[in-house]
Design a protein around this ligand. Structure first.
Ligand code: BES
Ligand code: MN
Ligand code: ZN
Length: 496
């Protein structure tokens, strides 16, 4: 991965390619003062020509003598935010990388109401997330792979150096975790089975020093995790129930923060089979589980003073002679019975067992993440996850993390009337709601298993996969939720 170096002094004295952020407008940006006549003239001419306006994420490679100036638009100066810095860093880095530029220097911009540490973190995240590619299965010789080898961040004020160093370190840990999550999600289902996912979790646990236990189907049967097993019974791949635990030094007692993530490594729909179009994308149905694994990896690597538990019920959802049938009734871990009206509503089934099992840890709060409903994509498109929950304070905390990380959430209600839609004639609940509001009835179903524990559900169906390149979300798996969960854990000890 790209190396980050820090330096103090002025960007103008650096050799080699330089990345410059340019705000929108005809005038030269304020950094231009210190630059040579030739640089100022070249940029001025470009702005005058209208070929480059400084609009957010616009890029331009401008030769200056024998080197490149990598110009990136930052949008209007008064609208600059940390997320725009993250985006611009991503756009510029990707442009440079694709042009074969292997290293460059750049500055540290100022953002109103943000610290140097936060800006350095955003720059690092943008750079690493924006240059991510999933290429482990392509036969391209290493020397032909375009790669950004190093970025030198030049910090003008020496007093900001240690803050910048902290921001870079933090940004790197988080971005590497997100990219690991993306790799797991992008990996095809034949190369990321539940057992391989569990092995990946164990590998990360060893490397980052947290614990990982995996329950096999025999163990799950003894425990009564029949909902996970019912989904798994159509597949020859054994289900795996992954349990992570990280106890940071200085974490208080009083119950862990618990993350649960849907780990369907492939969702064909089962007997209620999906149409063929885009079915191949359903390898991303373990994105919630990947977000749980990756966020706990980052939390452990950052040594945050929190106690976190992660639960990932991992299985395939396939049709076969042994698959569950529509109409089957299963007894979940919690004892509640569920009529399986549609085998394609499998995410809520595996999460029902995970939420039931979560109670064993007496968690202070539960957050679950899942690519749960197509209806969520209809409601919010690809710009936000849906958030629902049973605890106002926890919802607000998630909303604050969402605005800090720009992993946007939008709240949906869980009024009791929605609960009426999932009443079954033959069991306590059924797994599909009659009538509309599919994202909410799915959320309501989960609420029935969260009990009295403060709980929040995030439906990430619309944000877990990018249909086309976005600045720091290249096409494919996005790693949605990881930055949000890490932020929540970072602020967990405050205000309680
Ligand atoms: N994994 C899907 C939801 C999904 C669909 C995520 C499209 C991302 C993109 C989930 O298991 C599912 O199939 N849900 C059904 C539920 C329905 C049968 C009540 C759906 O949304 O159609
Ligand atoms: Mn499904
Ligand atoms: Zn699914």
């Amino acid at each position: 991965m790209t190396q980050f170096k820090l330096a103090t002094g002025s960007l103008t004295s650096r050799q080699g390619p330089i990345l410059l952020g340019i705000t929108e407008g005809k005038n030269l940006p304020s950094w231009a003062g210190g630059w040579s006549e030739s640089v100022r003239k070249a940029v001025q001419r470009l702005l005058g020509s209208g070929q480059f306006k400084g609009k957010l994420n616009e890029t331009f490679l401008l030769p200056e003598g024998s080197r490149w100036l990598i110009l990136v638009g930052a949008g209007k100066k008064e609208e600059l935010t940390l997320d725009r810095v993250r985006q611009a860093a991503a756009s510029a880095s990707r442009r440079a990388m694709n042009a074969g530029i292997e290293s460059f220097s750049r500055g540290l911009v100022q953002v109103a109401q943000a610290t140097a540490e936060e800006v350095a973190q955003a720059v690092t995240e943008g750079t690493l997330l924006g240059t991510y590619r999933y290429d482990e299965l392509k036969n391209v010789p290493a020397e032909e792979r375009r790669r950004l080898k190093s970025v030198t961040m030049v910090v003008p004020a020496a007093k900001d150096l240690s803050a910048a160093r902290r921001g870079v370190a933090r940004g790197r840990v988080i971005a590497e975790a997100v990219c690991w999550g993306r790799d797991l999600i992008n990996r095809p289902a034949n190369r990321l089975t539940p057992r391989i996912m569990a092995a990946e979790a164990k590998g990360a646990a060893r490397r980052f020093r947290f614990s990982c236990r995996v329950l096999d189907p025999a163990r799950m049967r003894r425990l009564g995790m029949n909902a996970v097993l019912a989904v798994a019974q159509g597949s020859v791949e054994p289900a795996q129930f992954i349990i992570l635990e990280y106890r940071g030094r200085g974490s208080r007692s009083g119950g862990p923060l618990l993350f649960a993530g849907k780990g369907i490594t492939f969702d064909s729909g089962g007997i209620s089979i999906k149409p063929a179009a885009k079915m191949e994308q359903m390898k991303y149905d373990m994105s919630g589980g990947a977000a749980v694994l990756a966020s706990i990896r980052a939390i452990a690597a950052l040594k945050l003073p929190v106690h976190v538990v992660g639960l990932v019920p991992a299985t395939e959802n396939l049709p076969s002679g042994s698959a569950q049938r529509p109409g089957d009734v299963i007894r979940t871990y919690s004892g509640k019975t569920v009529e399986v009206e549609n085998t394609d509503a499998e995410g809520r089934l595996v999460l029902a067992d995970a939420l039931g099992y979560a109670q064993r840890f007496k968690p202070r709060a539960i957050l679950d993440l899942a690519t749960l409903t197509g209806a969520c994509v209809v409601a919010l498109g690809h710009h936000a996850m849906a958030v629902m929950g049973n605890d106002e304070r926890l919802i607000e905390r998630v909303q604050r993390s969402a605005s800090r990380t720009h992993e946007r959430v939008w709240r949906l209600p869980l009024w009791p009337e929605y609960g009426e839609q999932i009443r079954s004639d033959v069991a306590d609940l059924k797994n599909v709601g009659v009538g509309g509001g599919g994202t909410i009835t799915a959320g309501y179903f989960l609420k029935e298993f969260a009990g009295k524990t403060p709980w929040v559900h995030l439906d990430i169906a619309g944000v877990a996969w990018a249909e086309s390149d976005q600045p720091y979300r290249p096409k494919g798996a996005t790693g949605a939720g990881v930055r949000l969960l890490v932020d929540l854990a970072s602020h967990w000890r405050e205000e309680r």
